[in-house]
Design a protein around this ligand. Structure first.
Ligand code: SF4
Length: 246
């Protein structure tokens, strides 16, 4: 026992300081493709390489729809002219409808609506000692009846349509829906098909969206902070010039 206390004292606090300080540790985010100026042939080549039409051209510039990006890296790896890339993790967009009343006591019901496991794995990281969502007053709820947030991962398969609707209706008001990951936002590689409708918004009113495939835990934390009015949303369309990916 004493040995573990001493080990703990030696190791110090490892929990992220976010949102009180920016997280700068290596590997906490894969980043996102960014808008930028490119020569026309390079622009066309990059757009053709993207499997989900996340890249497009507007007024001769490369623009990115982060809601569609599946992080396949085809636009940076093996491409003669890699797409501009940006770091960071404050990716959530939408509106914080819950308000500051919930600042220190927010209960979250997580629903897997056809997730492959990747986004769910990132959500689980939030309860670990590094991200420690409890320090911010956020708690995972076992039931929608005690939840303020319905946090949904996966594209929203037809088989989960009824379960999602029932969970939403069982929640007390005010309530908010956070869609996590590209599949939940746009259907991702599945799109709209015989088994799902191209994202959670075809089933429920979505208040906050978190792009990424999967989004890193800090991006999900940003969405929870946004839902309670403790953080500003990211720009919906990423038009900022990015850097080259190393
Ligand atoms: S990383 Fe995203 S933007 Fe780039 S090719 Fe893959 S899906 Fe398209």
């Amino acid at each position: 026992m004493t040995q573990w206390v001493l080990e703990g004292l030696r190791a110090g606090i490892r929990t992220t300081r976010y949102p009180f300080a920016p997280e700068t540790a290596a590997g906490v985010s894969p980043g996102l493709p960014a808008a930028g100026e490119l020569a026309r042939p390079d622009l066309e080549r990059l757009i053709a390489r993207c499997p989900t039409a996340a890249l497009a051209s507007a007024d001769g510039r490369l623009v990115v729809d982060a809601r569609r990006c599946v992080h396949c890296f085809r636009c940076v790896r093996g491409s003669d002219t890699p797409a501009p890339w940006q770091g960071g993790y404050e990716w959530a967009t939408g509106e914080g409808t819950l308000g500051k009343t919930f600042t220190r006591s927010l209960h979250i019901r997580v629903v897997d609506a056809g997730d492959c496991g990747a986004c769910l794995h990132e959500v689980k990281q939030l309860a670990g000692p590094y991200y420690s969502l409890h320090r911010l007053g956020f708690f995972i709820s076992p039931t929608p009846r005690q939840a303020d947030v319905l946090l949904v991962v996966g594209p929203g398969t037809d088989q989960m349509r009824e379960a999602l609707t029932k969970a939403y209706k069982a929640m007390p008001t005010p309530r908010t829906v956070i869609a996590v990951g590209t599949c939940a936002l746009s259907g991702g590689v599945f799109g709209s098909n015989f088994a799902c409708g191209g994202g959670i918004s075809s089933i429920l009113p979505v208040d906050v969206e978190v792009p990424g495939n999967p989004p890193p835990p800090l991006a999900i934390l940003h969405a929870l902070l946004l839902a309670t009015g403790r953080a500003a949303p990211a720009a919906k369309e990423r038009q900022t010039a990015g850097e080259r990916m190393p």
